[in-house]
Design a protein around this ligand. Structure first.
Ligand code: F6R
Length: 671
């Protein structure tokens, strides 16, 4: 039997120990872990990439399972669903296959399940766990526990009590894995869940339902309730790892880690737990004080990057243009050491002002005559995210192609398919080209749509119509920019072709397609969506396909050291000398959801009112995504409205900092 719920057994460490152990094993934290000078109330580890978290957390779980197995005891795991823990489960499966990690002694309790929900439903967490972990490891079925979403309402309370009893009977949870929702929920403990709450039926918050809307093919299909372990149930776990990735989590992470305990944000209760570690990738950790504004905590080493960030922050904080910042402003905001180092406020102001100004690249300062590929994850990211620079590149006689990586077909409404089929049928009849083929096709499509249930995968005919709708919109979009249909390539990467929101992992076939295009076109510049928080991860996956193809073709990127050792020679020049294919420069743009911070951007590209208008006209060509896109994320605005606001905001920000007043502006990071 396991040890009692309270008191940590010898092989279960505190959060701090877990952090130290894991830091030795793998990637190093971006910044030193929490020290006396941070404001963090939960020990927090920030690593570069989300894969690093998977390795750290899976490593810790494996260690626990093995040490328990060696003692002939069980390891009781509390498990989570959602997008965040999938990497941890993949890594555990890999360890099972390649390192012989056995789950025979593992007992699991999942946090939650939607209600009502049948276990075999595609949205059920029973099915999620089967697909993402259990079916690939040797955990005995009778040792797996997941709250049931299919019991009659009058039995839910007793079922919940039985769940709690089962956890106790197993000896309590040794290691609890958690994600965090944008509401700050852990499990489905939505705002208002008390510290004493136990496993129970709860109402889902509107934000949570909205986040799940895409997976359910519409918010109206997301269940309104769920069964979840309570906050008290979770806090009784001996060790907790809570993980968050992506910039869309950075605000709630900061609130949970640095803010006061508050019943409106269940994750803050973890501050009371003696052995919790928060694992973050650099995007999710970006708002933590030690990363966003470290000079407020301690003495810092002033690098040019940090100076830029700090002075921009100070300017916004004080409402004073950079060139007007005074000694007093610096002193009052923990930045006197910067002034001391550079000699005077004027010197700091001038250096930062010039550094920002040097980022601004109008048409005359942008490349000319370069072979350029724009990689667009979906058939509208090109114009939404980089319509301004695209036009300028065309005007500068760069040789451009736009490579659409996926068809984006799942984001086309069924009613648009009906409309196009009706159009086809009418045209065929009126122009007398109908020999019955078009009618039969239309009937097939309409019959399918009549019988289609939410979540059903489209038949090939419908998927093809949706793809073609988006392809023709993409061509219309780039024509506005001055390109032609011959400049569009539709890659249709296989990973996307599941017909569902959930995609396959990037595989060799995806990489081969990207690689073939690079080989054929031999670009000098490629534009890549470097946006890491799109709701379904498609942008991230497309970037992975490109990164892998680039690696295969050109080898690893020269390190920063070797680049700075040869400041006057670009990487491209060096590989050219060796006869290897020329490595293109990678220009990262952001997707529809965020823009690069002006401090992170390499280039800021101004747009006039006419240029912004042209860009918006190109976005309008994507009619299937207008008015209301099927997957808008948490933002109600149409894509063109977001673009309008975001590009004007970037320009307005430079204005506030005291630089020139532009109408609108896009931002790019050159890798
Ligand atoms: C899932 C669960 C939730 C999720 C949270 C984050 O079992 O209990 O608390 O962990 O909603 O979800 P993702 O990881 O999809 O962002």
């Amino acid at each position: 039997m396991n040890s009692p719920v309270t008191g940590a057994p010898s092989d279960v460490g505190t959060g701090h120990e877990a952090r130290d152990r894991s830091a030795n094993r793998g990637p190093s934290p971006v910044l030193p872990p929490a020290s006396h000078s941070t404001q963090e109330r939960i020990p927090t580890v920030v690593v570069e990439e989300h894969e690093d978290i998977a390795r750290l957390v899976a490593g810790r779980i494996a260690q626990l399972i093995r040490s328990r197995a060696a003692q002939g005891r069980t390891a009781v795991l509390g498990l989570a669903t959602g997008s965040t823990p999938i990497g941890v489960y993949r890594e555990l499966i890999r360890m099972h296959r390649e390192e012989g990690l056995s789950f025979a002694n593992v007992v699991t309790f999942n946090l939650d399940e939607y209600y009502p929900m049948k276990p075999d439903n595609m949205h059920s967490y029973h099915r999620f766990m089967q697909e993402n972990l259990f079916s690939s490891v040797d955990v005995p079925a009778h040792q797996v526990h997941i709250p049931r979403g299919d019991v009659p309402r009058e039995l839910v309370d007793s079922e919940c009590a039985a769940y709690e009893a089962a956890i106790r009977a197993a000896g309590g949870i040794d290691f609890q894995l958690l994600g965090v929702g944008k509401t700050g929920h852990i499990g489905f403990n939505e705002p208002g869940s008390g510290v004493d709450s136990r496993t129970r039926l709860v109402h889902l918050d509107a934000v949570t339902r909205r986040d799940a809307a895409a997976d359910f093919f519409g918010e109206e299909f997301v269940p309104k309730e769920a069964v979840t372990m309570g906050v008290a149930t979770i806090l009784e776990a001996r060790e907790i790892a809570i993980i968050a990735t992506g910039e869309h989590k950075s605000a709630i992470v900061r609130r949970a880690v640095e803010g006061d305990i508050n019943v409106e944000i269940a994750a803050t209760f973890l501050q009371r737990h003696p052995a919790t570690t928060f694992y973050l990738d650099s995007s999710a950790g970006a708002d933590l004080t030690r990363i966003a504004t470290p000079w407020l905590l301690d003495e810092v080493h002033w690098t040019p990057d940090l100076m830029l960030r700090a002075v921009v922050w100070l300017s916004l904080q004080t409402g004073r243009a950079i060139l007007k910042l005074t000694q007093r402003d610096y002193a009052e905001h923990g930045m006197s050491s910067l002034v001391a180092q550079r000699g005077s406020p004027g010197a700091v102001n001038g250096e930062v002002f010039n550094a920002l100004g040097a980022k601004i690249r109008g048409k005359s300062k942008l490349p000319t005559g370069k072979r350029t590929i724009v990689f667009s994850p979906h058939p509208d990211d090109d114009v939404i995210s980089m319509g301004g620079i695209l036009r300028k590149f065309v005007q500068n006689d760069n040789r451009m192609i736009v490579a659409y990586m996926t068809s984006g077909n799942i984001a086309v409404f069924d009613h648009d398919v009906r409309r196009y089929v009706d159009f086809l049928r009418r045209l065929a009849h009126e122009r007398d080209v109908a020999d019955g083929t078009v009618d039969r096709f239309a009937t097939l499509v309409n019959d399918f749509l009549d019988s289609k249930q939410p979540g059903d995968v489209d038949i090939d005919e419908v998927a093809d119509i949706k793809r073609i709708i988006r392809e023709s919109e993409a061509v219309a979009g780039i024509e506005v920019m001055g390109l032609t249909r011959d400049d569009a390539r539709f890659l249709n990467l296989p990973f996307y072709q599941t017909g569902k929101v959930k995609k396959d992992p990037i595989g060799p076939a995806d990489v081969a397609i990207v690689r073939a295009l690079l080989e054929e076109f031999q670009p000098e510049i490629i534009f890549v969506a470097g946006d890491l928080s799109d709701p379904h991860g498609t942008h991230r996956m497309c970037k992975e396909a490109i990164d892998r193809a680039v690696l295969e073709l050109y080898g690893p990127r020269p390190s920063a050291d070797s680049r700075s050792a040869e400041p006057h020679r670009r990487a491209t020049d060096r590989v050219q000398e060796t006869g290897a294919p020329q490595r293109p420069e990678v220009w990262l743009y952001r997707g529809a959801w965020q823009e690069w911070a002006v401090t992170d951007a390499t280039w800021l590209v101004p747009m006039s009112q006419e240029e912004l208008r042209l860009k918006i006209q190109a976005i309008f060509k994507h009619q299937s995504q207008k008015d209301s896109a099927p997957f808008p994320g948490q933002d109600d605005r149409e894509f063109w409205q977001r673009v309008d606001a975001r590009n004007k905001d970037t320009a307005a920000l430079l204005d506030r900092l005291g630089l020139a007043e532009y109408f609108a502006m896009e931002a790019y990071v050159v890798e």
